[in-house]
Design a protein around this ligand. Structure first.
Ligand code: CDP
Ligand code: CDP
Length: 224
């Protein structure tokens, strides 16, 4: 029987993590878990409730009374906050600009990490984020650190936004991504860093399919 392994994918914004993780999960009939969506959901609700985003205690209090649920669907993973579908709303420029501040709070990470570990406990998961290999799923059988040049990542996000009808420019996206890279890698609580036992995958010149095939090949070896 094939083992139901855990696959951890980390890396900066626009590296291709969620697109590729989704394809890998589908091919293996695993569950895809987008942890970034959870940090976005917390940020979305905190902003809606006018909570000061530097106030970690206030956000924690709010989170204790919030139901965040992830649900797989034909269009990918749906995210619900207190029963409301926020899958689109959490991708707004406003949430994107603020999510790294919220994600830097150690108390908020602790709560979300516990949820993520519970979701992955039975294996058969592909989870993407920033601290999956280093912290959330330290024992994952396959760990990938995915990246691409900041120019390529900004270009990809520009095309994403165009498709979604979100206004943006390549210049502003490059700045936003570079700032988020910096905040995510320099924070004290579980910063974005390549785990020692993670494999580096540069997707700058890879198609989505080539990157997915590469990971699937590695996964098949680990599942024997
Ligand atoms: O999709 P994109 O790459 O833009 O970002 P995301 O995966 O949705 O994550 C949004 C933000 O959440 C990141 O910039 C991090 O600040 C935070 N995050 C985190 O701190 N830890 C994770 N495991 C996942 C996301
Ligand atoms: O999750 P992450 O922020 O790492 O990236 P993503 O949202 O999966 O990918 C950002 C965009 O780049 C998507 O529109 C992907 O289709 C595209 N992409 C690409 O064109 N070539 C790749 N090798 C990987 C992603």
């Amino acid at each position: 029987m094939m083992k139901k392994i855990q696959i951890a994918i980390d890396g900066p914004a626009g590296a291709g993590k969620s697109t590729i993780a989704k394809i890998v999960a589908e091919a293996l009939r695993f569950t895809y878990i987008d942890t970034g969506a959870m940090y976005r959901a917390v940020t979305y609700k905190a902003m809606k409730e006018n909570i000061q985003l530097h106030d970690a205690e206030a956000i924690e209090k709010m989170l204790q009374q919030t139901a965040i649920t992830l649900q797989p669907s034909e269009q990918g993973q749906l995210v619900f906050v207190d029963g409301q579908d926020v899958s689109q709303a959490i991708r707004s420029n406003e949430v994107t600009a603020n999510v790294s501040e919220v994600a830097a709070h150690a108390n908020i990470r602790e709560i979300l990490v516990a949820m993520q570990q519970k979701l992955a406990a039975d294996g058969g998961v592909v989870m993407d984020g920033r601290d999956i290999a280093t912290h959330v799923l330290k024992d994952a059988e396959l760990k990938i650190y995915m990246s691409a040049t900041v120019e390529e990542r900004a270009h990809r996000r520009f095309l994403d936004n165009e498709r979604r009808g979100i206004p943006s420019t390549i210049e502003s996206l490059q700045k936003e991504i570079a700032l988020r890279d910096k905040l995510d890698s320099e924070r004290e609580a579980s910063p974005l860093i390549q785990a020692e036992d993670a494999l580096f995958l540069d997707t700058t010149n890879l198609s989505i399919d080539e990157a997915a095939q590469e990971i699937l090949k590695l996964a098949q070896q680990k599942m024997q």
